[in-house]
Design a protein around this ligand. Structure first.
Ligand code: CS2
Length: 510
């Protein structure tokens, strides 16, 4: 066999390329899967292969494939977006035979490195929708899963309805055989399966949305109904949409992170993934055409995922937002730095203790107070290197899901809205793109157009932004005043000084 190309890293250590031919030469610190990957076939198509999918669902599947009898449950990954990251994947995945390394850092600082083999095909959608539709119509594909982000569900602010007036959706409805969105692909593939007298696949959302299965079902049915009412009826009768709760902190991997983990692994990986050690996946056990026994590798199949989902989204994701906006405005850049800042630490702890836990239903077998402490410990992970910019980005889609429901319930109960009002005030300031020190940054808000962003410029118009429709501001007259007071005070005194005041005045649940 040809010797693998080798690269010295910055410190002179040698790294090997990653592909099928080099698997037997991995350095000892980097483990590989024990199964014969040439026998693995795709049984699941996954739409949008981001880092989270590769650190979470693919990691679980990699462990299951190591047990006999599951070789028909590999992943076929599909890249839907036509952007630079996707184009990098279209070069890197084939060069690496769809292999990649995962480096997991635990809260005690220890690291584990492994090569994941559960993606066995990767396709890039934009140039050839027919290839993708062919794959989705293959009866061997029994599940279509997705991580298309909270903003990818094409929901109307306020009502949550699937938007048929979105230009992309309109174009897909006019020309269904050239889909571009997840829903366009799913509906057209299901139409072909129905017309061929075939079976339906399960549609499995793995995004951080409340009732993600219900939202996905509504999106697919609304899209299908607009095309063909009978198709919608067939989908309703044949397709299941289990809700799921997914959890694993997976940072963005910048060049310096890739260089570091590659040096640690001794592997020159073009697309390495990093995550914390913790992982959780809870799925409603409701599949159209069978499922892999992921419970053998720690996945929980339950009747009702709702309480787990609420706890995760309203505690972990919401706390992430609670710490990231003030953290970024105060000039910090990493989640660990923010949770180590005593005022921000208290804000996160008080928010979960006094605003969220009292209104949550206790999921079976889960102690919410211990869950809170675990979340704080996870945020303090010394090596995972999660950046605040990853968390603050796309707040326009995240806050209505992560924060608005808690705000509404706290308000209904006559509770104290100060902590949440402070977070919203920080978000509005973040949208203006200047921190406490006057440093400029570019907020990443793919779902807020220029008109929406312009509203944020003036504190008087900021709350008129569409995303705030979900917050029911009209019903909480004191909220706009609190937000604009905090905004004005931060302008004068800085974020942390105002936070100190918030913490001093906000009440605690006894
Ligand atoms: C984060 C999530 O994007 C965010 O705002 O809260 O990506 C979070 O890290 C994951 O949901 C963890 O499971």
């Amino acid at each position: 066999m040809r010797a693998p190309p080798v690269y010295p890293d910055a410190t002179g250590r040698i790294m090997i390329d990653l592909n099928n031919n080099t698997l037997s030469q991995l350095p000892p610190q980097t483990k590989r899967f024990p199964y014969d990957r040439s026998k693995v076939r795709a049984g699941i198509v996954h739409l949008s292969v981001g880092n989270f999918h590769r650190a979470h669902q693919c990691w679980y599947m990699d462990q299951l494939l190591a047990q006999p009898g599951y070789e028909n449950w590999g992943f076929c990954g599909i890249g839907l977006l036509d952007d630079a990251t996707e184009r990098l994947k279209t070069e890197a995945f084939p060069a690496q035979d769809d292999l990649y390394t995962l480096t997991r850092y635990d809260t005690d600082g220890s690291a584990q490195h492994q090569v994941i083999g559960s993606i066995v095909e990767y396709l890039f959608a934009p140039p050839e929708p027919e290839t993708i539709l062919g794959r989705l119509s293959d009866p061997a594909i029994r599940i279509v899963s997705m991580t298309i982000t909270e903003g990818g569900y094409n929901q109307e602010p306020g009502t949550g309805a699937y938007r048929l007036d979105n230009p992309l959706t309109k174009a897909e409805l006019a020309d269904p055989s050239h889909p571009r969105s997840a829903f366009g692909y799913i509906v057209e593939a299901l139409r072909r399966r129905r017309d061929a007298g075939g079976k339906a696949f399960t549609v499995l959302s793995c995004d951080n949305l409340r009732d993600n299965g219900v939202i996905t079902r509504n999106a697919v049915l609304t899209h299908a109904h607009a095309l063909d009412a009978d198709l919608a009826v067939w989908i309703e009768a044949n397709v299941t949409f289990p809700s799921s709760m997914v959890d694993r902190i997976t940072p963005a991997v910048h060049k310096e992170d890739a260089d570091r983990v590659n040096a640690e692994c001794g592997v020159h990986d073009l697309l390495p993934v990093i995550s914390e050690e913790f992982a959780q996946w809870v799925i409603e056990d409701h599949f159209s055409d069978g499922r892999p026994d992921l419970d053998k590798v720690g996945v929980q199949f339950v009747k009702d995922v709702h309480p787990y989902e609420l706890a995760k989204v309203r505690m972990l994701n919401a706390s992430h937002s609670m710490l990231a906006y003030p953290g970024q405005l105060a000039g910090l850049s990493e989640v660990k730095q923010a949770i180590d800042q005593p005022l921000i630490h208290r804000l996160v702890d008080d928010f979960m203790t006094h605003d969220v836990i009292p209104i949550l239903k206790q999921p079976e077998g889960m102690d919410l107070n211990a869950y809170k402490n675990k979340i704080i410990a996870r945020f303090s992970n010394p090596k995972v290197g999660d950046r605040l910019a990853r968390i603050t980005g796309d707040g326009g889609s995240k806050l209505p899901t992560f924060i608005a429901p808690t705000l509404q319930i706290v308000a209904e109960r006559g509770g104290d809205l100060r902590r949440i009002a402070f977070c919203i005030a920080c978000f509005i300031r973040y949208l203006r793109g200047v921190d406490d020190k006057g440093q400029r940054f570019e907020p990443f808000e793919p779902h807020l157009d220029a008109q929406q962003r312009a509203l944020a410029n003036d504190p008087k118009t900021a709350l008129k932004m569409e995303m705030f429709k979900d917050f029911g501001l009209e019903e909480q007259p004191e909220l706009p005043a609190l937000i604009s007071d905090y905004d004005a005070a931060m302008q004068k005194h800085g974020t942390l000084a105002v936070l100190e005041e918030v913490l001093r005045t906000a009440s605690h649940v006894m």
